[in-house]
Ligand binder design. Sequence first.
Ligand code: NAI
Length: 277
Amino acid sequence: MGRLDGKVAAITGGASGIGAGTVRRFVEEGAKVLIADLDADKGEALAQELGVATAFLRTDVSKEGDVAAMIAETTDRWGRIDVLFNNAGFGGALGPIESTSVEDYDLTMDVLVKSVFLGMKHVAPVMKAQGSGSIISTASVAGLRVGYAPHLYSVAKCAVIHLTKTVAMELGEQSIRVNAICPGFIATPLAAGRPDADESQIDQLRAAGASSQVLGRVGEALDIANMALFLASDESEWITGREFVVDGGFEAGPPWSRWPRFARMERPIRHHRPPDR
Ligand code: NAI
């Protein structure tokens, strides 16, 4: 028996990386999944490979009409929607604050934050009528701490975490759960800095990033898909309003022994015990 038997999901950014890994995992566990993405070539290829449990809809998550159509397509096709995974994203504006344009600001916020707001807004009435549902959004460890990503990406992911909590407070009464996942460094085209990155470029990323990870390897889409699966399933039925860090230990902080101050200390440990009487 699958952990998502009988459930219906829509996954944004489902054509690549974390989203595609989650589509595969959800289908393995018995779900029907709508793959929503801007990238029609990759999205349609994935839907064709996985067969009748999936369908693809070209969706721009920053456009309200597209997000409304995604929810409608899911319910028209399969009669309900149990899970919405707001996952689509990109790196957003790069560069110093004084040279970031208002257009870049708007685009970054539209794709990373407005999209999540729109997903929640349009799925809420359907889930309320059902009296159940799980909304999951992909934030980032960059939304918890500064220094891991450019200004606007960090701010946008922080907003996703806060939106998750405030909407969870509103929808709990109808048994709708709202949670976020904060991935660390995951080997995907986004982390490689280009949407068209191939497997060999992603392999280089794996090799380069492994030594800075507590658990000795970078994250894979499957690591995030497994958390999304838990949050989508009834196993997490008493969990809402939380952000779940999945980062191989990265965000907990660097090992204390890496600080030069401690590296210089070669003195033996001195115990400050009271003198014996
Ligand atoms: P990816 O580049 O492999 O996949 C992102 C997908 O989103 C692509 O298929 C792309 O076409 C789609 N997309 C982008 N803009 C869209 C739009 N306006 N409408 C619809 N679809 C759109 O990247 P990855 O890594 O799988 O990213 C997924 C999520 O994970 C993003 O929200 C990202 O910010 C987040 N994340 C990724 C991390 C990483 O290290 N890879 C770390 C932390 C968070």
